[in-house]
Design a protein around this ligand. Sequence first.
Ligand code: ZN
Length: 313
Amino acid sequence: MPADIPGIHHVTAIASDPGRNYEFYTETLGLRLVKRSVNQDDVSVYHLFYGDRTGSPGTSMTFFPYTDARPGRVGTGQATTVQFVIPVGSVEYWTDRLDDHGVDTKEPRERFEDTVIPFEDPDGLHLELVARADAPDGDPPEGPVPAEHAIRGFFGVSLSLSTGSQTANLLKTMGFHPTKSVRGRQRFEAHGDLGYVVDLLEDPEAPQGKSGAGTVHHVAFQVSDAEQAQWHDALVERGLRPTQIIDRKWFKSIYARTEAGVLFEFATKSPGYTVDEDVDELGEHLVLPDWLEDRREELEADLPELTVVPKST
Ligand code: ZN
């Protein structure tokens, strides 16, 4: 068996308006746009990547913003909440900040002894800030949020499932172990310092999720280059039907839909987002994979307007 997976690599969700998405994740949440590209499976749509200063594995939240996307329905067979980790002393900073930016937050709540701030992004994607004493210092970007309060990266995700046992077994194979549970929520944890939590929310009565704006498209987990092929075989052995290894330029990926309907990806930590842009210029230009470079002019003309504020201003 390949070695245990340390945690989440990135999470990709569907949005509608790219400008509104950019503004929310950079100006309100203080993440950095670390890559601006196109959805390699639908090149008329952007693929926007936000993260820490370099978009380290465990920090990058990415979006396919379809300008005409209809709202999806949050439900079973999906990752329904994305959890980010903040320092334990930053709860008041964030409740004030979100309030100042007109974001509706629900009352902070306690879950497994952590304070959690639930809110939604402009497309209704369910987000949570989880305050942790062990939040790593990380590598926060320069920006509107002071480093001491910055989002460090992912804490984890919640998966909504009509039945949870097969996913629980898969997570154990991946190196996530059950640690805690409370009514309808079973927590699995890996050994990394970011994105190491997966909560299974089991509810046979809950409606099935439907893809659309405000829903998660897939959750990607970190694997090493050397072991990616072993993960492919391990997924086949479990009866899943993973894709072959696909070169996404910033990482290599395999995808497999779980029995419960959630799309998982297994992405390599390298080479990362600095492979094709200088770290100071990440996100400032439209970056394309080599096989799309000769269609640049056509693609740029078709993509919606998106004004990106350079880091130097
Ligand atoms: Zn992905």
